[in-house]
Design a protein around this ligand. Structure first.
Ligand code: SAH
Ligand code: SF4
Length: 378
């Protein structure tokens, strides 16, 4: 091979994609499957360590392929066990992933974009602007690194998994990076990959309606929808994408999704902003909305995590519990999210990474309101 010949990063493919790549190069499907397992089940990146592959195949892979992780810029550890990694994705951009250990599960919060074009008022990522979509391998490399780092650290036996749940709740709007997202999700679910149950992989979206429908067909994992307001006028302000896909359409998409979802409810996330969306009257409106639209749901109230430029404040604990009580009284399961990793700024909406904003705010606003799967020209 000449030094200039490009190699392919095999983390870019789901199993089907890897089989195709192998076939294109004259190699059998079962070989692809072996390599897929070495990568995602054992965390092996060195072809020479793949002992059940014939020598000529290893040689071919060394010449034409890599298994390349993302460089880690920093690793921060909270006193509560939360770990946050900042990964370099090139050209001055960096994204974050957060490992959250709990008694019954270990969750990894994964990023889908460098920045975000939706520009929600209360979100630090949104304030940073949008740089670019992550590729499939960049999404999977976060899981790959976290899984095998934590496996070693926790001293797990071979075959035991460190991460039981993945939430696409890091930086970015996953449904505005749909093409890269789906193979990453499939690899998480694949028994030859991470073998996670559909119920334990959650896509969180600010409400990209057409892509919710596509996800229900292509890879129906658990769905969380960031609601934040029960009426369009307020939601337009908080989540600009609402101007394109208003509540009535969004909730109809949620209802349709339930026919395919691995759980019989949608999780609605609601960021509690002092004096903005946290009154008991708005809680009543929420109850009315989900009843009228007939969406079986649970609520997850997230105390707002402040960041300097937002100009917003966290609702008091008393207001959050009064709001929750209205929902509970209406028979809706409601939880208040515990804030984790406070001391390392690892909480929801605080993931800032490092983003070279390639948009001007006005373009970003139009962008958010325009067609789904947006690509900005660089
Ligand atoms: N773009 C997707 C997923 C990433 S954000 C989405 O919006 O759903 C993950 C969750 O964090 C969303 O529910 C989002 O509304 C919430 N969030 C964003 N900024 C926040 C903040 N400053 N405090 C608390 N939650 C926040
Ligand atoms: Fe983007 Fe989600 Fe942040 Fe909104 S809350 S700006 S959709 S990452």
């Amino acid at each position: 091979m000449s030094a200039a010949q490009a190699t392919t990063n095999l983390l870019q493919f789901d199993r089907e994609g890897l089989v195709e790549w192998f076939a294109r190069h004259g190699h059998a499907a079962f070989r692809a499957r072996q390599v897929f397992r070495w990568m995602h089940q054992k965390g092996v990146a060195d072809f020479d360590a793949m002992s059940d592959l014939a020598k000529p195949l290893r040689q071919f892979l060394r010449e034409h392929a890599t298994i390349a992780a993302l460089p880690v810029v920093t690793e921060s550890r909270s006193t509560d066990g939360t770990v946050k990694w900042l990964f370099d994705v090139g050209q001055g951009n960096a994204v974050e992933a957060v490992f959250i250990p709990e008694a019954q599960r270990n969750t990894l919060c994964v990023s889908s974009q460098a920045g975000c074009a939706v520009n929600c008022k209360f979100c630090s990522t949104g304030h940073q602007g949008f740089s670019r979509n992550l590729q499939t391998w960049e999404i999977l490399a976060q899981l790959w690194h976290a899984e095998f780092t934590m496996r070693r650290e926790l001293g797990l036996a071979e075959g035991e998994r460190a991460i039981s749940n993945v939430v696409m709740m890091g930086m970015g709007e996953p449904l505005q990076n749909y093409a890269a997202l789906v193979p990453a999700l499939r690899t998480m679910l694949d028994d030859d990959g991470y073998g996670l149950s559909r119920r334990r992989v959650t896509v969180s979206t600010s409400g990209v309606v057409p892509m919710i429908d596509r996800l229900s067909q292509d890879c129906p994992v658990a769905l969380a929808v960031s609601l934040h307001a029960p009426v369009d006028a307020l939601r337009d302000e908080l989540v600009p994408l609402n101007r394109k896909y208003p509540l009535h359409e969004l909730l109809a998409a949620c209802r349709r999704y339930l026919d395919f979802a691995p759980r019989d409810f949608i999780t609605f996330e609601y960021c509690m902003l002092d004096g903005v969306n946290d009154t008991p009257a708005l809680a009543q409106e929420l109850v009315r909305l989900v009843r009228t639209e007939q969406v079986h749901c649970k609520f997850n109230l997230i105390p707002f995590n402040p960041f300097p430029e937002s100009g917003l404040k966290r609702s008091s604990a008393a207001r959050v519990s009064a709001f929750a009580q209205v929902l509970l009284d209406a028979g809706i399961v409601t939880t208040v999210r515990k804030t984790r990793g406070d001391d390392i700024d690892a909480a929801c909406g605080q993931l800032a990474g490092e983003v070279q904003d390639r948009t001007r705010r006005v373009i970003r606003m139009q962008q958010a309101a325009a067609a789904p799967s947006v690509r900005l020209s660089h």
